[in-house]
Design a protein around this ligand. Structure first.
Ligand SMILES: [Zn+2]
Length: 76
């Protein structure tokens, strides 16, 4: 699955330090994250990290082994 995010400078204030040097990440999955360039705040850093790791794994094994066919019936 593709994991796309687009960062934009929406000027949303950081909830932690109040700076407007923030980047809004708009994910194609339909949710937003807020990243602050001033203090390093992330609205959900843990989830982002997990998702990145997941997509990295997907990239590494982009070729999945085909499901083996069921065993051939033995002929008597
Ligand atoms: Zn901040």
């Amino acid at each position: 699955m593709d994991y796309d995010a687009e960062g934009s400078h929406d000027g949303r204030p950081c909830p932690k330090c109040g700076s407007d040097r923030t980047i809004s990440w708009h994910f194609s999955e339909g949710f937003d994250e807020l990243e602050c360039r001033a203090c390093g705040y992330r609205s959900d850093a843990g989830e982002l990290t997990a998702l990145r790791r997941e997509s990295g794994d997907l990239l590494r094994r982009d070729e999945e082994a085909p499901i083996p066919a069921p065993g051939r019936p033995l002929q008597a």
